[in-house]
Design a protein around this ligand. Structure first.
Ligand code: ATP
Ligand code: MG
Length: 358
């Protein structure tokens, strides 16, 4: 049975689903917008523009011939037919359909020939509640539908890694909330705008991301005043984790997500990652932990965050960062130093004065 999920009356867009397929009915002038949206939806394996016709063999063969003409006009010289029948009452088997359509198309379109081993394109026939004929098709990201795997809090910086980390967890079905720490006026308003833009791009794959923006200037100044220089980055990360966990619990997130990757920088040795997370209870998911920077960059380019990430704005982590940071921090020492900072009131102050960007 078809169910109508959504109708945009003004623009006459209808979305229907059956088992294994969604159908989007839309006027042609909306194609470009819809194709853009479909290509970003996590949880679908791909989409194709299809011709729909009655389930009779003449209509199917005519539609295949039209598809063949289109392919030939686009320079394709060889094709094959791929037919599937979920409606087994249809008079012809999939194999018969392939043979009949293959013959019909190659006879009608001279110059276009069948090559079942190495075709230039494939004309697909699906016999379902109607007959669907299409070629081409776009592969999407796959993954699991956003919302089926709970809610996670992404620590979003303005860099390359964290948007990719958020995308990967969204692709495992997680709803993403984001938290960003800035140190205005030491960091610029442009740096904050960049993070909002990154949240927008990443959110376009997962029904939007709410970004909680916190001013961490006082926290950072306190660390600068009271901690040994070599420890400042790790201590700042510990403070971020603490603030992020508090926000996460309030927002019913079940984990924190970071863009950390083992040994990428000094603060991401296994010892320093241990220090960073040791005071919090929520699990910290680090989907990029085994990725090389090259792999992360490839992914960032694919999802469209890379060009924004490389805009040169100072992040709060690079501010006051020591030239020679501690490499293998000891957890007990980290905790002793952290407690001397007496950060709780400053973290609470930052948490109470957030800016929310939807
Ligand atoms: P990215 O890792 O996103 O490229 P980066 O390289 O500037 O940014 P790292 O120093 O690698 O940041 O930080 C490791 C992780 O810590 C980030 O991936 C992010 O999850 C978190 N993080 C760093 N800075 C911030 C910040 N200002 N606000 C929120 N989270 C941050
Ligand atoms: Mg990084």
């Amino acid at each position: 049975m078809l169910s109508i999920l959504n109708i945009d009356n003004e623009n006459k867009i209808k979305i229907k689903f059956t088992s294994g397929r969604y159908y989007v009915h839309a006027p042609l002038e909306k194609s470009a917008d819809i194709e853009n949206i479909l290509s970003r939806i996590i949880g679908i394996s791909g989409w194709a523009k299809t011709v729909v016709c009655e389930k009779n063999i003449n209509a199917v063969l005519t539609a295949c011939i039209e598809e063949g003409k289109k392919l030939f006009a686009n320079g394709i010289k060889t094709f094959k037919i791929d037919a599937r029948r979920t409606d087994k009452s249809f008079a012809h088997s999939s194999y018969e359909l392939c043979c009949m359509a293959g013959d019909a198309v190659s006879e009608a379109v001279s110059g276009l020939t069948v090559d079942i081993h190495n075709p230039g394109d494939i004309i697909k026939i699906e016999i379902r509640e109607k007959a669907f004929i299409y070629s081409g098709g776009v592969k999407c990201f796959g993954g699991l539908p956003v919302g089926c795997a709970g809610r996670g809090m992404l620590l979003l910086s303005g860099g390359i890694d964290s948007p990719v980390a958020g995308f990967l967890m969204a692709a495992r079905g997680m709803i993403i909330e984001a938290i960003h720490f800035h140190s205005y006026p030491y960091t610029s308003l442009e740096a904050k705008q960049k993070v909002i833009q990154l949240a927008n791009i990443t959110g376009s794959y997962c029904m939007g991301i709410h970004t909680y923006i916190l001013n961490f200037t006082k926290v950072q100044m306190r660390i600068k005043e009271r901690a040994p220089l070599i420890w400042t980055t790790v201590l700042l990360r510990m403070a971020m984790m603490e603030a992020a966990e508090k926000a996460a619990i309030k927002l019913k997130c079940k984990c924190l997500i970071t863009g950390e990757s083992l040994s990428q920088v000094a603060s991401q040795t296994i010892e320093n990652l241990t220090c960073t997370e040791n005071r919090i209870k929520l699990p910290v998911l680090r989907p990029l932990i085994g990725f090389s920077k090259e792999d992360i960059i490839l992914k960032a380019k694919k999802i469209g965050t890379f060009e924004t990430s490389i805009q040169p704005h100072v992040d709060c982590c690079t501010l006051f960062s020591p030239p020679h940071p501690v490499l293998r921090g000891n957890v007990n020492e980290a905790n002793e130093l952290y407690e001397k900072l007496e950060l709780q009131p400053l973290i609470d102050e930052a948490l109470n004065d957030y800016e929310l960007v939807k």
